[in-house]
Design a binder for this molecule. Structure first.
Ligand code: ADP
Length: 464
């Protein structure tokens, strides 16, 4: 098969517009964010920023503050294909996707209805549905593989079911979270039903009250009261997952990531103290004794090494395998619902909480995980993450398309589980060998060396 024919979209039917395969010309990008992603795109050889593009967004680069996120007016329909790659924000996609014509070669961040997985209430709804279907078709034991999200109800719609459940488990702690907010906004914990009276007064208005919009949707979720603690502190783990296609499902897992610690020692005595219970950086950075230099992060490699030394390699491998299961099951739960478009890709940030038995719990999935760096190490992680994401997408057409590992990304699923190659140069940070699944979360990340090797191999494969 010729190089050109491999990605047909990269040729134009109109010879005047024929730019050949993208690998033969500059790649034009647009970007809605100003943070590490823009540094990566601007620094990538052969890539050029489309002039006059609008940036929205605005997070921070290093310590420099920028205006807060605002949505901008819709950009006119893209009919001339003036870009090849667009790292757009979700608002832009919502406003433009339905009226937009995408050329064969164009790649854009986000699937149209990504919220099916990234809104807290919808994620649980989809998981519950697949779980039920699995139980029906494959039995109870198989359905137990969905036991990775805490019991959750949508409010106000499931308020009465929640109350029944609440009464069966008096004394346990529940967490209330607005379904569509992030960064810990609007979250609170409670033990007694009367603790949510204020919330009910404020938000849970009867539908007959025409003066208000429909009440804000919340989820109420069983609070994990026994989190694994390190140094007395609670933490959760950020895992990066790349989906290039939903049909067939093609999933990559990034080796790097981090654990985010709370700043204050864990205790169930003060359930109203967000610095104890919420591990979001956005929350923790406001804690009075927060040290911005030190931050509250560990790399996933550091975490894996620590856990293996403390709890044993087998238990830790089992835990990481359970995280793979969370990733695959959650994506399968929306596989038939997501509008699969070959132009779209998604990089999710999974938030996973470990309990003191090393069981991972899925807390939430973000479609726009923060790409703002909190320090040098964080910058390097995110720079590598995005550079390798672009390597996986391979707009330059430098790879063979058969790679199982590209830099820090390992192919976890391609219409079925991917098995690791025996000769893969990867050992977990503790030195023990990993076998079977092609999954290396928290393993040594020798991405640059690996990239050199695969590009050389791909070159010789293509020549022959
Ligand atoms: P947000 O989108 O606002 O960040 P999350 O669902 O991620 O909301 O919750 C914020 C934080 O609260 C999490 O990072 C975690 O530390 C804590 N948290 C959320 N849900 C639970 C839960 N069910 N049990 C224990 N801690 C939780």
């Amino acid at each position: 098969m010729s190089k050109v024919a491999r990605i047909p979209g990269y040729q134009s039917k109109n010879p005047k517009q024929n730019r050949g395969i993208i690998g033969d010309r500059e790649i034009r990008f647009k970007c809605s964010l100003q943070n590490v992603i823009l540094d990566v795109l601007r620094g990538r050889p052969g890539w050029t920023e489309v002039p006059g593009q609008q940036t929205s967004g605005l997070t921070q680069t290093g310590n420099q503050s920028r205006p807060s996120l605002q949505s901008l007016p819709p950009i006119p329909r893209n009919s001339d294909g003036d870009w090849d790659f667009y790292w757009c924000d979700r608002e832009w996609l919502h406003q433009n996707y339905d009226t937009m014509f995408l050329h064969e070669h164009q790649k854009i961040l986000h699937f149209r209805n990504h919220y099916e997985l990234t809104r807290k209430n919808l994620m649980v709804k989809n998981l519950k549905r697949l779980r039920k279907q699995t139980e029906r078709e494959q039995g109870k034991t198989e359905a137990q593989s969905f036991d990775f999200y805490p019991t959750t109800y949508e409010l106000p719609s499931e308020y009465h079911i929640f109350v029944e459940e609440f009464k069966k488990n008096l004394g346990i702690i529940w967490i209330m979270k607005p379904a569509a907010k992030s960064q810990g906004k609007g979250i609170f914990l409670f033990r007694r039903l009367k603790d949510i009276t204020d919330w009910k007064k404020g938000e849970y208005q009867p539908l007959s009250d025409q003066t208000r919009d429909v009440p804000e949707t919340y989820v109420v979720q069983r609070y994990i009261e026994n989190p694994l603690l390190i140094g007395g502190r609670k933490f959760d783990v950020r895992v990066y997952v790349l989906v290039c296609s939903y049909n067939p499902l093609k999933v990559w897992l990034y080796r790097g990531g981090f654990a985010r610690f709370s700043n204050t020692r864990f205790s169930l005595d003060s359930i109203e103290d967000t610095y104890v219970h919420l591990t979001n950086v956005a929350v923790q950075k406001n804690a009075p004794d927060y040290d911005p230099e030190k931050g509250c992060k560990w790399s996933t490699q550091q975490l894996r090494k620590y856990l293996a030394a403390k709890h044993g390699v087998d238990k830790v491998q089992k835990m990481f395998k359970a995280i793979d299961n969370i990733i695959i099951k959650s994506l399968q739960s929306v596989q038939k619902i997501i509008i699969n478009d070959k132009h779209c890709f998604e990089m999710y940030g999974y938030d996973v909480l470990l309990d003191d038995d090393l069981k991972p719990w899925l807390i939430e999935i973000n479609a726009s995980p923060s790409l703002t760096a909190s320090g040098k190490e964080d910058y390097d992680l995110k720079f590598g993450l995005i550079s390798d994401l672009l390597n996986v997408l391979d707009l330059e057409n430098r790879l063979t398309g058969k790679e199982k590992r590209i830099g820090g990304w390992d192919l976890l699923w391609d219409d079925g589980p991917i098995v690791a190659d025996d000769n893969m140069d990867c050992t977990p940070a503790n030195g023990a060998a990993v076998s079977t699944p092609n999954s290396y979360l928290g393993c040594f990340n020798d991405r640059k060396k690996q990239l050199r090797e695969i590009y050389l191999t791909a070159q010789s494969v293509k020549k022959s």
